[in-house]
Design a protein around this ligand. Sequence first.
Ligand code: GLU
Length: 483
Amino acid sequence: MENKARVRFAPSPTGELHVGNARTALFNWMFARHEGGRFILRIEDTDESRSDSAYQTSLLEDLKWLGLTWDEGPDIGGGYGPYRQSERLDLYEAHLKKLVDADLAYPCYCTEEELEEERQTLILAKRMPRYLGKCRNLSAGEREALAASGRKPSCRFKVPRTTIEFNDLIRGPIRFEGEAMGDFIIVRSNGMPAYNFAVVIDDHRMAVTHVIRGEDHLSNTALQIMLYRALGFEPPAFAHHCLILGKDHAKLSKRHGSVSVGEFRRQGFLPEALINYLGLLGSSFAGGREILSRDEMIDAFSLSRASRSGAVFDEDKLRWLNAAYIRKTSTEDLLRKLEPFLRAAGFRPETLDAAWLKNVLETVKGELTTLAEIGAHIDLFFDERYSLSDEARRLLAAPGAREVVGAFGDYLERAEDNAGDIYAAAIRHAKEKSGAKGRDLFMPVRAALTGKLKGPELDRVFAVLGVDSARGRFQQVKKTLGI
Ligand code: GLU
């Protein structure tokens, strides 16, 4: 067997890929690539009532979109398959038999109601709620009678009364008392394996060397180590990274806003930006660097740099990174990525002159924070979408604005279409005629030319629009102002 690091990402297909899980995938992926090891994708779909094949498809798509490619997985196979838990049921059954034969597991006939009652009694008595082992020592006769009464048993693991200790690669030494834990279910009454059981068999059989996952799994790790021991397997190394928190320091969830990779993709975030941000979150890179390529992140990745305390998700920072990545993207490439967003904003890119559209894009590229904003940034270049915003209207109504607009517009009307730098000449003319300068000069021109108070450099906008269109807009504004 190869001696290389083998790590896995093991999502349950019960929803869209959450950024927290994407970050777990990223950590595993960076670790595998850094170590020259293998990154495995395993689908944990044994909870039939919550799993959905549509989510399975979207999980794979989102991971691919993020560029977190796997070396073994349900779609590509590998030497340790199958890679879907629902296709590994016979394996779980065989291992269950091993535990039952060794008297390390037993059937439990308690109903949901009985278990709930036990829980409530313990809570009332201020004791830790856990299973107290009612079915642990049933005689064969008692079992038969319970089965005959129609009860379907689950199967519980006999928790040893020992201490579980392990050295977490992020958190250091961790200790759990077996004493405090109840016998837990390893196979549910419907015959499906429980998470803690299936995961141990899979991680062992898939020769996983390092389990890197969120700190919410710490107590599961204690249970899993017990199972490793009971089955005679060597446990892998464990690393539990911190969770992503919302601004209120609660675990990041829907009520904080967008949380799934799909949502960010649909809003026009670039995968490079999201990956970079998730890599930055709760870990630090040498020299305080913030913008890193995939290769640089892989190079710099180390579990020991991962933070132990929760990392607060800061969407503004993500937006800042996204804007930086948009600026870095070549215009041709950006145009391709923008295509669906342009359509969604009502544009038909195939009807537009390609060179002109490229020009437009180069003019607004520096202003975009997400791709979905494209419509709001380029509509000023389309005469049929041109209109004055309320702010622009107010600005144009203020004293001094009329003179600027009047003079600028007059110049345009008289100018020959190809008479050198018409914009510069019109500005000079408006300045002389109105006496305005600085903001008082440029803002009315901007408001009239674009209908807005913010936007790209005016000379760029003017050049892309062309004299004809500018002339038409100034005529329209002059009419509105009664000039
Ligand atoms: N299916 C589990 C989850 O999505 C996997 C946890 C683990 O990595 O062991 O939380």
